[in-house]
Design a protein around this ligand. Structure first.
Ligand code: NI
Length: 179
């Protein structure tokens, strides 16, 4: 396993449309293992393959809830390959979203509170399930990445430009150390 660098805005690769997985092979398993390691280290609760530069329809999510009494998150790693939304509720709920590719910026985004999703697992087996709450929000956020969409695209142009400017300014003030 290896931690891979996470792409950040305005990297044009984040705008690519990812392609469906056709081969459920060893390299897919390696990619998923690397994605989990990268996500936990960041730390984050979800990651799409394109965020580590692989344009494949692969997502990993771990809400790391609930926390145990000593504050340690409980791991519940979930893998979604070639995910689709089959149905969604008409009720939108706001959630204060962030993204590892839009560092340190958060904004409220409205999304359906319940979805029925279909996806494949690492073995290529199909699953279909109704999903609600934070997992529904997170899955929709990650699925946007597969189509080159970021949470800031759901905001007004003014808000989006403000966030991008803040990130550019922060980078200028604190250039990343070479490692
Ligand atoms: Ni994201």
């Amino acid at each position: 396993m290896a931690i891979r660098p996470i792409l950040e805005v305005p990297d044009p690769r984040l705008r690519e449309i990812s392609r469906p997985v056709e081969l459920f092979d060893e390299s897919l398993k390696t990619l998923v293992a690397d994605m989990f390691e990268t996500m936990y280290e960041a730390p984050g609760i979800g990651l799409a393959a394109i965020q580590v530069g692989e344009p494949l329809r692969v997502l990993v999510i771990d809400l790391q809830e609930p926390e145990t009494e000593d504050g340690e998150p409980v791991r519940n790693p979930l893998i979604f390959i070639n995910p689709e939304i089959v149905e969604h509720s008409d009720r939108d709920v706001p959630y204060n979203e962030g993204c590892l590719s839009v560092p340190d910026q958060y904004a409220e985004v409205d999304r359906p509170d319940r979805i029925k999703a279909r996806w494949k697992d690492l073995g290529g087996k199909s699953h279909e399930q109704e999903i609600e709450g934070l997992l529904a929000t997170c899955l929709q956020h990650e699925m946007d990445h597969l189509n080159g969409v970021l949470f800031i695209d759901h905001l007004s142009r003014l808000k989006r430009d403000m966030i991008l400017k803040k990130i550019a300014k922060a980078r200028k003030e604190q250039p990343k150390k070479a490692a």
